[in-house]
Each structure stands twice: as structure tokens, then as C-alpha cells.
Write a protein that binds this ligand. Sequence first.
Ligand SMILES: NC(=O)c1ccc[n+]([C@@H]2O[C@H](COP(=O)([O-])OP(=O)(O)OC[C@H]3O[C@@H](n4cnc5c(N)ncnc54)[C@H](OP(=O)(O)O)[C@@H]3O)[C@@H](O)[C@H]2O)c1
Length: 337
Amino acid sequence: MAANRRFLLVRRPDGTPVPDDFRLETVETPPLAPGQFLLRNHYVSLDPAIRGWMDDAPSYLPPIALGDPVRATTIGRIAETTHPDYPVGAWASGLNGIEDYSVCQAGGFTTLVDETAVPSITNYLSSVGAIGVTAYFALLDLGKPQPGETVLVSGAAGAVGSLVGQIAKAKGCRTIGIAGGAEKCARLTADYGYDVAIDYRGKSREALAEEIRAAAPEGIDIQFENVGGEILDAGLLALKPKGRVILCGLISQYNSEPQPAYNLWQLIVQGATMHGFILTHYIPRMAEAIPELAAWTRDGTIRIDEHIDEGIENALPAFLRLFDGSNRGKMILKIAD
Ligand SMILES: NC(=O)c1ccc[n+]([C@@H]2O[C@H](COP(=O)([O-])OP(=O)(O)OC[C@H]3O[C@@H](n4cnc5c(N)ncnc54)[C@H](OP(=O)(O)O)[C@@H]3O)[C@@H](O)[C@H]2O)c1
């Protein structure tokens, strides 16, 4: 038995989460049932989707129950086991909770991970995990980018967006990234190979639309949407005939009311399509993407930046970085050495 600190959801947030929505408790780890193993979590993936799981609303996963640890993908070493395929000391990952120790069983999202296949074990939470697989399938399977096409990406300096830009570039596309602030926009071109960077901050929907049209005078073939709201609307006005809009995320409205999309009529006049992407539909195909993403991560074809904050007590401020834009790469919380 070991002391297990757990970051619990105790109240459903109203808008941006606040400290009173959570409680850090310490309990002892329970004994294992046959077939289970105990994972000592070292790193926690902080993802915008967690905000949706805090609401009592229909979604692709059930809401986090009040009093349960905040659900998150974690990676750690097996500390105890009753499962022959999950030996003590091995690295494993799964959809667990923000807690020191998680009781796990085989199946679902749980998997052993090979630390020798990647430069850093944390890559399994970034370019070789859900983030990489999302960028890979949402762009390649739904967007079907062709050489010479123009791809517009919002949230372009973030974890998913930075990978989408680089994969699109590797497929021979011209890439336009939208991000907040001069420093992030400089990184779009210098670090992630974007051809054009657009800073959305302080701009009206009309001014943003004008800037996108100037950057893509012949129009946008693929609009990869991570943000929604006015940014989505501005991009729709630049769609080419038969353009494809990939809805990957709408982070601008996760802490607020949904925003209207005024320019949906562009889908009609351009004969364009809009396609929602959800990673859970691609779990059976993860094995197609992971080896290629691992190879690209190893050989530098893709650059992945990881923003690692430390300490379970910092779970909330670290999570909120995703919404104020102060994360510089895939947001990860380190909770053990
Ligand atoms: N569909 C799926 O299966 C799936 C899977 C993974 C992720 N996603 C989605 O992908 C998107 C990116 O996730 P990520 O994990 O890679 O996070 P991230 O992009 O690394 O971090 C979030 C970024 O969003 C931007 N942002 C936050 N609030 C904003 C607002 N109100 N307006 C404009 N930009 C805002 C900020 O960048 P700026 O500083 O540039 O504003 C922030 O850094 C999210 O929408 C997420 O839900 C979807």
C-alpha cells in the first residue's frame, strides 16, 4: 500500500474552472484484484477535452463523476502487478486520472510503451500519442491533402496544430497558421515550417478574413479547425470550391456558450464539406499511425515541443494554460521523477 494523492472533481465548473471545483485528497492504494496492475503515474497529459468531461453533458465519454479523480491519460511505471503481461518496472499508458497511482487492467486505452522507440517517454503523450494520431488521421484520412494544396490551421502553434502544419508540409502543401501573439507566430514559421503566420489577437472577424484571403489569394483547400468561433468563420470565407473543413476542436467555446457560425453558407456556395474528427473512432487504426509518428519523431521529420509543468498541486494552473494560451507545446504535468 502507498499514499495516493488524487486530484478530484468535486463541483462542475461554471465557465473557466476555479480551485473550489477540485480537491486534492490522499488515500491509500487498494489491494489489486486478479488481472490488475498498479501504475505509478509519472506524467499526466493535460488536454482541452478534459474540460468537456467535467460537464454533465452528452459526449463521446461519460462525464467525470463528482468525487472521482479528473480523468486524464497518464504514463508511468508499473509498481505492482497481478497480470503476467504487465510486469513490474515496465512503462505503461492509459486513460486514468490525475493521481499518483492508478489501478489499471488490460484492454481499452491501456498499453505498454517502449521507451527505446522514442527520444523521450513523454512523446507517448504528444507526437506518438493521442495528439500525434489526431493530427495524422484528421489531416490525412479526412482532409486528404494533395501536393500544391493550401492548408489553413488554427491553434497552429499548439500541440495538434504544430504537427498538422508539419505533416501537411511534408505532403507538399502550402501551410498558413493562425496563432495568438507575435512570439507564437514567429515560431510558426521558424519552428513548424508554416509558409505564412497570422496573429488573430486584437483583430475583428472581417480583418482576419481579409488577412487569410491575402495569404491565400486562390483560396483554402483544407481548413483544419482547432479553435472555432470567429476564427472558423473567417476561414470559411476563403474556402475554395470543394474545400474541406476538418473540425478537430472548438477550444474558444469550451469555457463559454457555443458561438454562432455566421458563414456556414460558404459550404453551400463552394460545394465544400465539413467533417468532425474524434480520436476514439480511430483507436482500432492507431497501429497504422504510431510507427510512422515514432519514426518521424526520431528522425526529426516532425518537431514536437512539450510544455512540462511539475507537481500534482499545480494541476489546475497547468490545465488553464491551454485556455489562456501560455502553454508552449503539448501541455504535460510531471508528478513523479
Ligand atoms: N477531436 C479530437 O479527437 C481531438 C483530439 C485532441 C485534441 N483536439 C482538439 O485540438 C485542439 C488543440 O488541442 P491541443 O491539445 O493541441 O492544445 P494546444 O493547441 O496545445 O493548446 C491550446 C491552444 O488553444 C489556443 N486557444 C485557447 N483558447 C483560445 C481562444 N479562445 N481563441 C483562440 N485560441 C485559443 C491557445 O493558443 P493561442 O495562444 O494561439 O491562442 C492555446 O495555446 C483543441 O480544440 C482540442 O480539443 C481534438
